[in-house]
Design a binder for this molecule. Structure first.
Ligand code: TPP
Length: 694
């Protein structure tokens, strides 16, 4: 049922044919500008209805409900230039409720992004189109982040807003002076990650973050009252935001709220009361408008109610012109910004451009890693790889100013903060270390936002076992192909006394299952430096560095210029003679394999040890190189204090595996390695058994 007010708005829009002449003749009063607004918003609604109908799937309700908000935002507030979707000082717009993708595609088309043609809108959700079911970063110009998994976009936006403040603090507001806008739905705000994001944003006083909450009270199952009774405005206020309610169909109220939001000293949530499926006579305000085509009859009814008497996919010239004019608004600001950028000192300008392009200095990176490796060759370190990581960071942090570190309240355990790093805070956004609090999921999603914003290479820390808490955001980083680096320490039963709740056993396998993610497990201090090098070099992939709590010996004594980890696997210790056994191991288990090699030698069995710091880099080697490193020994043994899953690709299904097949236990780590049989003796025995010698 449509409310009285909605009926009034519909009928006002329905008079459009008589007022269009007024609008185009240039005699515009308040009423005709309201009509102009309604027609512009209705263009979004019609495109959303038509595209979903044509695709026979999709979500028309959300774009129809938020069309008024989006129209006011995009025509009067958002700073953007369709001619240059990557303009560094554009406002970022995040459609956190990614199911409403047609809202974004309609906006990109209407405002004039060249790639977003009407044909693309017609091919919504079809193979090869740039209009996939949910917005995908890197696939569609103008899409700032991949959204769909609810809550992620909102948390990405927090990272974008952090990045904006940091870059402004470093390069000045002449060149960095923009806002981050979000449209978020009930579903976004029901997700737990929204709490982490809101709390972090409030704490950091990210006042350039403005969230428009599509407060329509409807989700898939029906009215929100079935499952939720949170007062979102109060919740956000409690998190340190300014938040208030408005009528999300009143353009003046929307504009007034956005003006007020722009002057806020805190992040802002504007709860916009809207009606899902606005305009659809039988489905507006109902869950039935959410996620399926409206159907021919309902669409015809909506066209009538909205006064939109144009054929499917047809946007009348005068409406399109208005939209294109709105889209061209940013040109002047863009040109002025280009001038300001040009007026910067050449060095500062070059640095800003380099950072925004994501060009990590190859030379600075290589020199920092070389320095670390030389120091390790001169004075070997038998330390935990988490400490080796800190040692590498001591060289990397001064060399690469784009690196912003952090931890989810485990700074001292993750070793992610070097001595010189200042804390990034509301009082000092130039700092380079973020205390994310105990918010792993929010942290990982914010890191994605920072990387997407540009100018920053985020890395951060938690325990490997809590990668589960980060996983949805890591998956999206991998899907988007962005460089974020997760330092995940305490990477096995080797963490000891904290016990099985904290001991990852399945996590390496689970992370390796994510396409396009690099999972590094370095064996010693030298490999750790090399893995850092690779993680930073891979600009199109996220990385996880799985690092030990316990000390491990430095196996690579002599300085080698070559990054041996780059191949994913390499022979770290050759056999004395023709190898009968190949021992493959990662991380802390490489030194166990080296011990086993000695035990086998004592039995007269030559064995080689292959360190496998990165399965994914090994898998992408040419077949011949991969075969060469795997070798042709009679017996292959894999050693990793984790589950076997994934190892068969290296050791073969007939290979022996020494690792975990259950959860761990609480005890000193050396006892645990014995208890679970991850020992040099067990490795040697397994090899001998497989050779038929035991
Ligand atoms: C993490 C996650 N869980 C579930 C879904 C499936 N889903 C898509 S939209 C939605 C909820 C719809 O309600 P709302 O967010 O209020 O959107 P609206 O109905 O207003 O369009 C759900 C559960 C999802 N996209 N992401």
């Amino acid at each position: 049922m449509l409310s009285t007010r909605h009926k009034q708005v519909f009928s006002m829009s329905a008079n459009v044919s008589s007022t269009a002449a007024v609008a185009t003749s240039g005699r515009r009063g308040a009423e005709s500008s309201a009509v102009a607004h309604a027609r512009m918003a209705n263009a979004i609604r019609a495109l959303a209805m038509d595209a979903v109908e044509q695709a026979k799937s999709g979500h028309p309700g959300m774009p129809m409900g938020t069309a008024d908000i989006a129209t006011v935002l995009f025509t009067r507030f958002l700073k953007f230039d369709p001619a240059d979707p990557a303009w560094p000082d554009r406002d970022r717009f995040v459609l956190s409720a990614g199911h409403g993708s047609m809202l974004l595609y309609a906006l990109l088309y209407l405002t004039g992004y060249p790639a977003m043609t009407l044909d693309q809108i017609k091919r919504f959700r079809q193979l090869g189109s740039i209009t996939p079911g949910h917005p995908e970063y890197g696939h569609t110009p103008g899409v700032e982040t991949t959204t769909g998994p609810l809550g992620q976009g909102l948390a990405n936006a927090v990272g974008m807003a952090i990045a904006e403040r940091h870059m402004a603090a470093v390069f000045g507001d002449k060149v960095v002076d923009h806002r981050t806008y979000v449209i978020a739905s009930d579903g976004d705000l029901m997700e737990g990650i929204s709490q982490e994001a809101a709390a972090l944003a409030g704490h950091l006083r990210l006042n350039r973050l403005i969230v428009l909450f599509d407060d329509n009270g409807i989700s898939i199952d029906g009215p929100l009252s079935l499952a939720d009774s949170v007062d979102q405005v109060k919740r956000f206020q409690a998190c340190g935001w300014n938040a208030w309610h408005i009528d999300g169909h009143d353009p003046q109220a929307i504009a007034a709220a956005l003006e007020k939001a722009q002057a806020s000293d805190k992040p802002v949530l504007i709860a916009c009361k809207t009606q899902i499926g606005y305009g659809a006579p039988g489905k507006a305000g109902k869950a039935s408008a959410h996620g399926s085509p409206l159907g021919a009859e309902e669409i015809a009814g909506a066209r009538g109610a909205l006064g939109w008497e144009h054929a499917p996919f047809e946007v009348p010239d005068d409406v399109l012109d208005e939209w294109r004019t709105a889209g061209a608004r940013g040109k002047t600001a863009h040109a002025a910004w280009s001038k300001r950028l040009a007026s910067l000192e050449p060095a500062a300008r070059g640095e800003f451009e380099r950072r925004m392009k994501g060009d990590v200095s190859k030379q600075a990176l290589a020199e920092a890693v070389r320095k670390v490796k030389e120091q390790l060759a001169a004075a070997p370190k038998d330390i935990a790889t988490r400490a080796s990581s800190e040692f590498a960071l001591e060289a990397l942090i001064p060399a690469l100013p784009e690196m912003i570190g952090g931890s989810a309240d485990l700074t001292g355990s993750n070793n992610t903060r070097t001595k010189s790093m200042k804390v990034l805070s509301a009082a000092d956004f130039a700092g380079r270390f973020v205390h994310y609090g105990v918010r792993e999921h929010g942290m990982a999603a914010a890191m994605n936002g920072m990387a997407l914003h540009g100018g920053i290479v985020p890395y951060s820390g938690t325990f490997l076992v809590f990668s589960d808490y980060c996983r949805p955001a890591i998956r999206l980083a991998a899907l988007m192909g962005i460089r974020v680096i997760h330092v995940m320490t305490h990477d096995s039963i080797g963490l000891g006394e904290d016990g099985p709740t904290h001991q990852p056993v399945e996590h390496l396998a689970a992370l390796r299952a994510i396409p396009n993610l690099l999972v590094f497990r370095p064996a010693d201090a030298v490999e750790t430096a090399e893995c850092w090098h690779l993680a930073l070099e891979n600009r199109d992939r996220p990385s996880v560095l799985a690092l030990t709590r316990q000390n491990v010996p430095q196996l690579r004594g002599a300085y080698e210029a070559e990054n041996r980890c780059a191949a994913g696997a390499y022979e770290i210790s050759a056999a004395a003679g023709k190898a009968e056994v190949s021992l493959f191991a990662t991380g802390s288990e490489v030194s166990i394999a080296v011990e086993a090699q000695k035990l086998l030698a004592a039995e007269g069995v030559p064995a080689r040890v292959v360190s496998v710091p990165c399965f994914e880099l090994l898998a992408q080697q040419a077949e011949a190189a991969r075969r060469a490193v795997i070798g042709t020994a009679k017996v292959n043994v894999g050693v990793e204090a984790a589950v076997r899953q994934g190892w068969d690709a290296i050791i073969g299904s007939g290979g022996a595996f020494i690792g975990m097949s259950s959860f761990g236990a609480s005890a000193p780590y050396k006892d645990l390695y014995k208890q679970f049989g991850v020992t040099a003796e067990a490795v040697a025995a397994a090899a001998l058994r497989a050779l038929g010698k035991a």
